[in-house]
Design a protein. Structure first.
Length: 346
């Protein structure tokens, strides 16, 4: 999915410090509403990134949307757009989305199935909800690639995890390992991604990797995490340390996503759909994209900072963001660059 904000930037979101007496308060990341693509757009709830927390492991972006009735509306309508330095993770609860990218991959995103796209040095793709879809509900997540592999070749993987079933709960491990289930999908840093369904009143305790930091996104229902309430749509952050995570649903049950990973240990610059390491890199990625789609380059880049990293090598023998079928919708131009230098965060 593209970040379709006109002026994409991070926004500070305040958490809720209240917690049961004697318990370490959860860091709660409050979602902010972001309309994608105009007045009839689909709205998403964004919990990553924020100024006070840009990353959970290598997870750097989380949009949560629906359930939304898109009957007679555009729904997800995201024409071709670029990415660099990241992987996109598409996870649906309801509906169907058609994915197409410049590696030649053409796939359907369906509930309970992982579609993972690696941008590496550069990729472009499109996403459209199918005409048969009436209710759209899911999450789009991005993973920042480490410096050592962020220039790797683009690629696409699909995986349908088998559910793991216990007393009042069902889990689908789409990345990493948990509850005796391991995803075969390779990642560039240690990661965890799991969908968990809890029946009303059910409880599940998981033993996390001590080196991981974790996030719990409550999709639907009401949830206690280690005895503390997590509001719907919020992302609860837990630092490394290996403290068991006890997830307890109230009477109506709950659905959540559990993500995690080892701290990336690097600072990144993320703007629009690009992840880089410097202001200059982002400006150059934008210039290349605008040139490839025949759009105006816009404002000239700001002066380079002293000691700034070199810009990407543009001496390639194919379009930097890959070829695309000519019969598709026109590509999305990049937004206007910000007026200030983009700063690394991490």
């Amino acid at each position: 999915m593209s970040n379709l904000e006109v002026r994409p930037e991070e926004v500070v979101c305040a958490g809720d410090p209240d917690s049961p007496e004697g318990a370490e308060p959860l860091e709660l990341l409050e979602p902010r509403d972001v309309p994608l693509g105009g007045p009839r757009a689909m709205n998403v709830r964004r919990t990553l990134p924020q100024r006070r927390r840009s990353l959970i492991g290598a997870w750097c972006f989380l949009d949560h949307y629906g359930p939304q009735d898109i009957s007679g509306r555009a729904g997800m309508n995201v024409p071709r757009h670029p990415h660099t330095g990241l992987q996109t993770v598409s996870w649906l609860f309801t509906g169907e989305i058609e994915h197409r990218d410049s590696t030649g991959a053409h796939a359907m995103v369906r509930p309970g199935e992982l579609n993972l796209m690696t941008a590496g040095s550069g990729i472009s793709h499109s996403e459209f909800s199918t005409p048969e879809t009436t209710i759209l509900h899911g999450a789009q997540l991005w993973v920042a690639l480490p410096d050592a592999t962020r220039g790797s070749s683009p690629g696409f993987e699909h995986y349908r995890p088998e559910p793991v079933v216990g007393d009042g709960w069902t889990a689908r491990v789409f990345l990493g390992s948990l509850l005796g289930s391991t995803s075969p999908v390779a990642t560039h840093t240690p990661l965890l991604g799991v969908e968990i369904l809890l029946d009303g009143g059910a409880s599940l305790t998981v033993e996390p990797d001590a080196g991981f930091e974790h996030g719990v996104l409550l999709d639907t229902g009401a949830l206690l995490l280690n005895g503390q309430d997590v509001p719907a749509g919020h992302l609860a952050y837990l630092p490394p340390g290996g403290v068991p995570l006890t997830l307890t649903a109230h009477d109506g049950g709950a659905r959540l996503l559990l993500i995690g990973g080892t701290p990336l240990g690097e600072q990144i610059v993320m703007w629009w759909n690009f992840v880089g390491r410097s202001h200059e890199e982002i400006v150059e990625y934008r210039r290349i994209w605008q040139e490839e789609i025949g759009a105006p380059a816009g404002r000239a880049p700001l002066p380079a900072a002293e000691g700034a990293a070199a810009t990407p090598n543009t001496a390639v023998h194919r379009p930097h963001f890959g070829p695309f079928p000519p019969d598709q919708s026109p590509a999305l131009p990049a937004p206007t660059l910000p007026n200030a230098r983009m700063r690394p965060r991490g």
